[in-house]
Design a protein around this ligand. Structure first.
Ligand code: AMP
Length: 213
């Protein structure tokens, strides 16, 4: 099954994609994670992406399209994949259509997570990640037992640099201007499945399972 998870930052795409990826045994392909890894490794790609990411802007289309084209060719995508955070612009969606056409793959469904802006801001600004194991927390909704320390590995909890309030506002603006047009794009293609993303994680997961059946 080949899926796209579409929605604003903080909508829960990553959390749900991780669960579904484990259940279906197909990879979660997050361009955000791939860019953050490149940044941490200090590669040319990471250096190029960094200035856009820290400003809450999108990394140029040609850069992310090249990353996805290479990733989708890998053997583990043969059984399916979940695209988490790609495409984010109409040109990226058009490029993806071309890439898939050349490899006789197709998208089965696009899950569109709907969440209101105030909820997104509350989720993103309180989000914390373990610097060692990557596990996610929230200072109000899913706090660690000890402030700033991962319950599982004892690592330090950190805040993503783009989860500070000024950058969040910019990311939401960018989403509305550049990514939201994809809702109509995939609706016209008959692939869109709308999900109310303002609910418990387990409830949303059940809705996703229902939508992809
Ligand atoms: P995410 O982890 O999905 O919220 O992505 C973090 C940041 O990575 C975004 O704010 C963008 O700067 C960049 N990014 C991730 N995916 C894309 C994409 N498909 N197109 C452009 N930039 C992206």
């Amino acid at each position: 099954m080949n899926l796209i998870f579409l929605g604003p930052p903080g909508a829960g795409k990553g959390t749900q994609a991780k669960r579904l990826s484990e259940q279906l045994g197909i990879p979660q392909i997050s361009t955000g994670d791939m860019l953050r890894e490149a940044k941490a490794e200090g590669t040319q790609l990471g250096k190029k992406a960094e200035k856009f990411m820290s400003a809450g802007q999108l990394v140029p289309d040609d850069v992310v399209i090249a990353i996805i084209e290479e990733r989708i060719k890998k053997a583990d995508c043969q059984k399916g994949f979940i695209l988490d955070g790609f495409p984010r612009t109409v040109p990226q969606a058009i490029a993806l259509d071309k890439i898939l056409k050349n490899s006789v793959l197709r998208i089965d469904s696009v899950i569109n997570f709907r969440v209101e802006d105030p909820t997104l801001v509350a989720r993103l600004s309180g989000r914390r990640l373990c610097a060692s194991c990557g596990r996610g927390y929230h200072i109000n909704f899913a706090p660690s037992k000890q402030v700033g320390v991962c319950d599982f590995c004892g690592g330090n909890l950190i805040q993503r640099s783009d989860d500070h309030e000024a950058t969040i506002t910019e990311r939401l603006k960018v989403y509305n201007q550049q990514t939201a047009p994809l809702i109509a794009y995939y609706d016209q293609a008959g692939l869109l499945r709308d999900i109310n993303g303002d609910d418990e994680v387990v409830v949303i997961y059940q809705k996703i399972l229902g939508a992809i059946q």
